[in-house]
Write a protein that binds this ligand. Structure first.
Ligand code: 26Q
Length: 721
């Protein structure tokens, strides 16, 4: 990029009387003039994902262009604070870890110079914006494009037609540059052509409790898959015409979970259309695709009903049937037992549906879990049959995060300290951080780190006061649990622990608690009743605690509204203690844990997901690990777990848990709290009571919170870790 030219033009820009939106668009467009995508390499990797949670791009792009500092100074001279652009909302085209991982991969590909191309959907509305009304989550549509979208270029001439049995849809690409050593492209497709067509790129995860809802989801997944395949094949044919023998050597396609798995039958369909046989098309597919699994929760494993598929995608349904036949044949030939054949089957008779995960596993060249423990679990349980016969297909690829966004951008103060200590290379080679080991002993460095932490906390507290109206005074230890709201992540367990802290404080049992603040941030899926109940319950607890003048100098709770990437940047930089408390075996990896860690927080968590690797690297003795390990959880699942016995034996916990039903808190008569209580004590749906083993870990959790709290008093020692 011609950096100087851009800066020169920026200096000439007249900012007078222009609001944030206008300036945002003008400055971004100016930068875009100087950004040019790198030439497409012959060998490319393609990342297909239903989510890309890119967050706010303005600061990140200027940072990657290497002009953030200068732009900030030029604006300042003109009387504009660059923080003005915090008004511009995040592009929340994703929901959580899976989508943010996709964004971090794209960022890193560009940063290290790998030709990596992202394919996704340009949703008109991103993940809903969250409001609280009387502590209840309310969803508001997220019209993120109302600020304009100056970082994307509509590529009219590269649009494609996507065909369903009952409709045709235009897929129009919008290209977003990913800036680094290379400039890669994130290509997001918008559906156009009719009102019904537009619905396909309307919202992320439309509700699928009706047949129409399911059909819309299938349309979305196929739309993304077909547009990406069309694009990849077209680019290939420009070089090689209809000779597909180099296709697999030059292209790899990463399936981010099963949502883009229709790309498999679609590639086969397209190759057949070009004259290839099913056999040769299948062979190519088997070399091209790789599949990442992100969850073992049964309810999140996609199955698509064959009748529905036949209705709108008959050819694709036929190809899936053929893939299944081929899988069956090969499995038999390779000596899979009948049980193994059934477990690995792409088609599940009892459901009259295709297992998208099994289809992906059969085709994929490589299959990966996202942390060591998770990769072991999928080999042992979910995909045991395939693993028994094809161990070479399985790999672990522990997740990572982009240190440029999560450290350099989120925490310039700490970045400056790092630069001073170990130089600047850590931006691309994160292992450079190992050099810090040599410094941990110097008191000066630690003192500087403590100072940075203090500053980040101050900034966060100021922001929270403005955004949430909660004042947090004085020196505080900051505990944070910020992530999607889900029962397995056990925000409810933190709620019980927080309530117990409050009761113990009130009763004078906690004489020397270091003043603490508990931060929660989470969105619940709109139709997830229990998750919504948990949000309301936490908000009720917080209301009680914050109103108590006797204790609120020592204990405060905040449930931040509208938790998103930008909020996360502020929170990870400020937190002291990262709460990662999922039931062992259920958090595939977690990535928030890494973001906190690189900003110098300790992990208070269970032996789950990437926590395990984090504490291995950072020292178990320096972190705060508690709770049942995965083998114990598995044994408890087999029998003998007695949550009601726990409540009988532990009256202090019984008191806390009973607040769900004893009238301490109100859920406005909506039945949320009673249902939560029942889920813990009786069980509900197909789940046993306390399905996520909160009562197994609760008391240990509480003791560990107190331990970290007590140890925090020895600040230098605490941070030396
Ligand atoms: C499935 C079926 C039907 C409808 C929706 C879904 C669905 C949607 C989204 C299933 C899963 C998701 C999102 C999953 C997700 O974010 N997983 C997280 O991925 C991270 C990146 O690998 C991991 O770090 C987290 O542990 C994992 O929870």
């Amino acid at each position: 990029m011609e950096r100087e030219l851009f800066l020169q033009e920026l200096r000439k820009l007249d900012l007078h009387g222009k609001d944030a939106k206008r300036l945002y668009n003008e400055i971004s467009s100016l930068a875009m003039k100087y950004i040019q995508a790198s030439e497409k390499a012959k060998r490319c990797a393609h990342y297909l994902s239903i989510e890309f949670l890119i967050g706010r791009v303005f600061y990140n792009n200027l940072l990657e262009l290497g002009v953030l500092q200068e732009v900030s100074e030029i604006l300042k001279e003109k009387g504009v604070d660059i923080a003005l652009f915090e008004e511009i909302e995040d592009a929340a085209l994703g929901n959580g870890g899976l989508g943010r991982l996709a964004a971090c991969y794209m960022d890193s590909g560009a940063a290290v110079g790998i030709p990596l191309y992202g394919y996704g959907i340009r949703y008109k509305y991103g993940l809903f914006r969250q409001k609280f009304e009387d502590g209840f989550q309310k969803e508001v549509p997220d019209d993120w494009q109302r600020f304009g979208d100056p970082w994307s270029i509509r590529k009219e001439d590269e649009k494609q037609i996507i065909r369903f049995a009952d409709m045709q849809v235009n897929a129009v690409p919008y290209d977003m540059p990913l800036i680094g050593k290379r400039v890669n492209v994130l290509r997001l497709y918008q559906a156009e052509g009719s009102e019904n067509a537009e619905k396909i790129s309307g919202v992320l995860y439309p509700p699928d409790d009706t047949e129409d809802g399911k059909l819309l989801r299938i349309r979305q997944e196929y739309f993304l898959s077909a547009a990406a395949i069309g694009d990849i094949v077209r680019a290939y044919e420009k070089r090689h015409g209809n000779d597909y023998k180099y296709f697999a050597a030059e292209n790899s396609i990463q399936l981010n979970d099963t949502h883009p798995v229709f790309a498999i039958p679609e590639l086969i369909r397209v190759l057949q259309e070009r004259g290839q046989t099913f056999r040769s098309a299948l062979k190519i597919a088997k070399q091209v695709f790789n599949y990442t699994n992100h969850t073992i929760l049964p309810e999140a494993l996609e199955h698509w009903n064959v009748r529905l598929l036949k209705k709108i995608l008959p050819e694709i349904a036929d190809i899936l049937v053929k893939i299944n036949t081929s899988a069956k044949y090969i499995h038999k030939k390779e000596g899979y037992t009948p049980q193994e054949c059934a477990a690995a089957s792409a088609y599940v008779h009892s459901r009259r549906a295709f297992s998208m995960a099994n289809t992906a596993v059969f085709i994929a060249n490589k299959i990966n879990g996202v942390a060591e423990i998770h990769s072991e679990i999928i080999k042992r349980d979910l995909f045991a049959a395939e693993y028994a016969h094809h161990p070479e297909k399985f790999e672990n690829v522990t997740n990572g995060v982009a240190q440029r966004r999560w450290l350099e951008l989120a925490n310039p103060e700490l970045s400056a300290l790092l630069d001073e200590q170990i130089g600047q290379e850590w931006r691309v080679h994160f292992e450079e951080l190992n050099k810090l080991n040599a410094y941990t002993a110097t008191e000066e460095t630690l003192a500087e780190f403590i100072q940075v932490k203090g500053k980040k906390k101050e900034q966060l507290f100021r922001y929270i006061e403005k955004a949430e109206g909660v004042k947090i005074g004085g020196e505080r230890i900051v505990y944070a649990q910020v992530k999607r709201l889900h029962e397995y992540k056990r925000q409810l367990m933190t709620a019980f622990a927080l309530l117990r802290l409050y009761y113990d404080l009130k009763e004078g049992k906690l004489k020397d608690l270091t003043p603490s603040v508990f931060l929660f941030g989470a969105k619940s899926a709109p139709s997830y009743f229990r998750a919504k109940g948990i949000i309301k319950y936490i908000n009720e607890i917080i209301k009680l605690i914050n109103a108590d003048t006797e204790t609120n100098g020592r204990l405060t709770g905040v449930f931040v509204t509208e938790y998103n990437v930008s909020y996360a940047e502020k929170i990870v930089a400020a937190a002291d203690v990262s709460l990662q408390v999922s039931t062992a075996g259920l958090e595939a990896s977690g990535t928030g844990n890494m973001k906190f860690m690189m900003n110098g927080a300790v992990t208070l968590g269970t032996m789950d997901g990437a926590n395990i690797e984090i504490v291995e690297k950072a020292g178990k003795e320096n972190n705060y690990i508690f709770g049942a390990h995965v083998d114990e959880i598995e044994n408890l699942r087999k029998g003998g777990y007695d949550p009601n016995g726990f409540l009988k034996e532990h009256l202090e916990w019984n008191k806390a848990v009973k607040t769900l039903i004893d009238g301490t808190f109100s859920d406005g008569g909506e039945g949320y709290f009673r249902e939560l209580y029942n889920s813990l004590t009786i069980g509900a749906s197909w789940h046993k009571p306390d399905h996520y083993f909160i009562f197994r870990d609760l008391d240990e959790y509480y003791q560990t919170i107190l331990r970290v709290n007590a140890y925090y008093r020895f600040r230098a020692d605490f941070v030396a870790n």
